[in-house]
Design a protein around this ligand. Structure first.
Ligand code: C2O
Ligand code: CU
Ligand code: CU
Length: 472
C-alpha cells in the first residue's frame, strides 16, 4: 500500500532477521552455572507431534525505537508455510518489529496512519507522559502521522505496543497490529541470562480465518475467541533449538483468550519475570496462566534433551500445540540461572492514603458508567500510595489494566481466592475472575495527566469498560 500523501516516509533499514552470528554467545558459567535442582530436565520425548511439518517461527526484526517510522497499514503476511493473509500490520510484519531500548534512552518514533480509519499506538507498560501514552483523544486520521518522543525511565522488562483508538482497538489488534517492546538495563545484563538467539520474544494470540484464508474478525460481546493459535503470527509454529537454556519472553496478545501454557512433556520451567520485569527469585512451575496483555519471562532448559527431541509449548485449555521446539543443535552454554534475580521494594499498606473501588459491571461499564473520552472519572494525586480494589460483578474474566504506573497485587478473595507466583512483583494487568475481588497497591510517580484504566478484554474495552483518571 502506498503511503498516504503528506506522510513522513522513512523506511527503516533493518535486516529481515537478526544476524545469528552477532548473537552467538557462550557463557563462562556454562552448564556448571545451572544450579537447577531438578527442574526442567527434559526427559527424552520422541512422541509424535500433532503436525508433522511445522512452520518456521517468525522472528520480527529487532529495531531501536530511535528515528523510527512505524507505518500502520494493510499488508499481506505469511502466516506460515505460504498461507498468505490480508492483515493490518506495523511495517508490514505480523507482529511488527521488536523494539529494543535501554533504560535511559530516548525513543523517537513517528506513527503513520495508512489505514482508512483512525488509530493511535500505545506502548503498553511504558511509563510515559500523556502525549506519548495514546489516550484515544490523540487518535490520528487516515494519512496523518503522530510523533512520539520520550525518555525510557524504568527497569528492564518486556512490554508491547498496539493500537488504542476509541472503540476500534479490538479490530485493529485482531487484524495484526501489535509488537514487542523490550527494555534492557544493567541489572539484567549482570545476570548473564540467555540472550541473542537464546532469547525468544513470543506474542501468542488466537485468530479466525475466512474461507479465503484471510484473518477475519467479528466482535463478540463476551470477547473474541478464535479457532486457531498464532505464535508471532505463525500457525503451527516450530523453532530449532540447541541443547541449551532458553529465555522465552511471552506476551498474551489475544483479544480475550486466556492461555494456560505448559510444556508438552510435562517438564517444569523457571518463571523469572512478569509485566514489570524480573522477580526476586526464580520459581519452578509446571504451567502458567496468562490473560490478555499479561507477560511472563521464563527459562526452559533443553540441555538434557537429546538431538531429535521435539518438545511442544502447549495451551492446556484449548489443547493447542502452539510452538514446537525441535532439538537440532549441540550442547551450548547460553547463560545461567541466578539464585537471586532482583530486589523489589514493597509498597506498604501502611502508606495508603486513598482506597478506591472499581466495580467491573456487565461487559461495558466500570462503577456503572460507560466510557466517555471527555469525562474525567477521578483524580489521583501524584506520589502517594493508594489501594485500588477491583471487583467483578459478572461477565468476568476481566483482565484489568492500569496505565501510567505498575502496581503490586495484595490479595484475591472470592473466586479462586489465590495469588499466583506470576502475580508477584510489579504488574500492570491482573486477572479478575468471576465473583473475585483483587486488591492492589499503586503509586503514580512519573507524570501528571490523563490516563486510562480498563478491561483488556478488547471487546469489553471497546464497548466502554474503561475510564479516565487524571494524575494531579
Ligand atoms: Cu494494552 Cu490501555 O492497553
Ligand atoms: Cu497500557
Ligand atoms: Cu472485561
Amino acid at each position: 500500500m502506498q503511503p498516504p500523501p503528506g506522510a513522513i516516509v522513512n523506511k527503516p533499514s533493518f535486516p529481515l532477521r537478526p544476524d545469528r552470528r552477532e548473537f552467538l554467545r557462550t557463557s563462562a558459567l556454562g552448564l556448571g552455572g545451572l544450579a537447577l535442582g531438578g527442574w526442567g530436565l527434559l526427559a527424552s520425548s520422541r512422541g509424535r507431534p500433532g503436525v508433522a511439518v511445522r512452520n518456521p517461527l517468525y522472528l520480527p526484526p529487532l529495531v531501536a525505537p530511535t528515528g523510527l517510522t512505524l507505518d500502520a497499514a494493510p499488508a499481506l503476511v505469511d502466516l506460515g508455510g505460504g498461507r498468505m493473509s490480508q492483515a493490518w500490520a506495523y511495517n508490514g510484519g505480523l507482529p511488527g518489529p521488536t523494539l529494543q531500548v535501554r533504560s535511559g534512552d530516548r525513543a523517537t518514533m513517528t506513527l503513520v496512519n495508512g489505514l482508512d480509519e483512525d488509530t493511535i499506538t500505545h506502548w503498553h507498560g511504558m511509563l510515559v507522559d500523556e502525549a506519548n501514552d495514546a489516550h484515544p483523544m490523540y487518535a490520528i486520521t487516515p494519512g496523518a502521522s503522530y510523533a512520539y518522543d520520550f525518555t525510557v525511565n524504568q527497569r528492564a522488562c518486556m512490554n508491547w505496543y498496539h493500537p488504542h483508538p476509541h472503540m476500534r482497538t479490538g479490530a485493529q489488534v485482531n487484524y495484526g497490529l501489535a509488537g514487542a517492546f523490550l527494555v534492557r538495563d544493567a541489572e539484567e545484563d549482570a545476570l548473564g541470562l540467555p540472550s541473542g538467539r537464546y532469547e525468544l520474544p513470543l506474542i501468542i494470540r488466537d485468530a479466525n480465518l475466512d474461507k479465503t484464508g484471510n484473518l477475519s474478525y467479528t466482535a463478540r460481546r463476551g470477547g473474541f475467541e478464535g479457532k486457531i493459535g498464532l505464535v508471532n503470527g505463525t500457525i503451527d509454529a516450530g523453532v530449532e533449538v540447541d541443547r541449551a537454556l532458553y529465555r522465552l519472553r511471552i506476551v498474551n496478545g489475544a483479544n480475550a483468550r486466556i492461555f494456560n501454557l505448559a510444556l508438552g512433556n510435562g517438564a517444569a520451567f523457571l518463571l523469572i519475570g512478569n509485566d514489570g520485569g524480573l522477580l526476586e527469585r526464580p520459581v519452578a512451575l509446571g504451567s502458567v496462566m496468562m490473560s490478555p496483555a499479561e507477560r511472563v519471562d521464563i527459562l526452559v532448559d533443553f540441555s538434557a534433551a537429546m538431538r531429535g527431541d521435539r518438545i511442544m509449548l502447549r495451551d492446556l485449555d484449548s489443547g493447542w500445540d502452539l510452538l514446537e521446539f525441535s532439538v537440532t543443535g549441540s550442547l551450548a552454554g547460553s547463560g545461567g540461572v541466578p539464585a537471586v534475580l532482583s530486589s523489589i521494594p514493597r509498597l506498604s499498606p501502611d502508606d495508603v492514603v486513598n482506597t478506591r473501588t472499581f466495580s467491573f459491571d456487565g461487559m461495558s461499564r466500570i462503577n456503572g458508567q460507560v466510557y466517555d473520552m471527555h469525562r474525567i472519572d477521578l483524580q489521583v494525586p501524584l506520589g502517594v500510595t493508594e489501594r485500588w480494589v477491583f471487583r467483578s460483578a459478572g461477565n468476568a474474566p476481566h483482565p484489568v489494566h492500569v496505565h501510567a504506573a505498575p502496581f503490586q497485587v495484595q490479595s484475591r478473595s472470592g473466586g479462586s481466592g489465590v495469588l499466583q507466583p506470576w502475580e508477584q512483583g510489579w504488574k500492570d494487568t491482573v486477572l479478575l475472575g468471576d465473583g473475585e475481588t483483587v486488591e492492589v497497591l499503586i503509586r503514580f510517580e512519573a507524570h501528571r495527566g490523563v490516563f486510562l484504566l480498563h478491561c483488556h478484554k478488547l471487546e469489553h474495552e471497546d464497548m466502554g469498560m474503561m475510564l479516565n483518571f487524571e494524575i494531579v
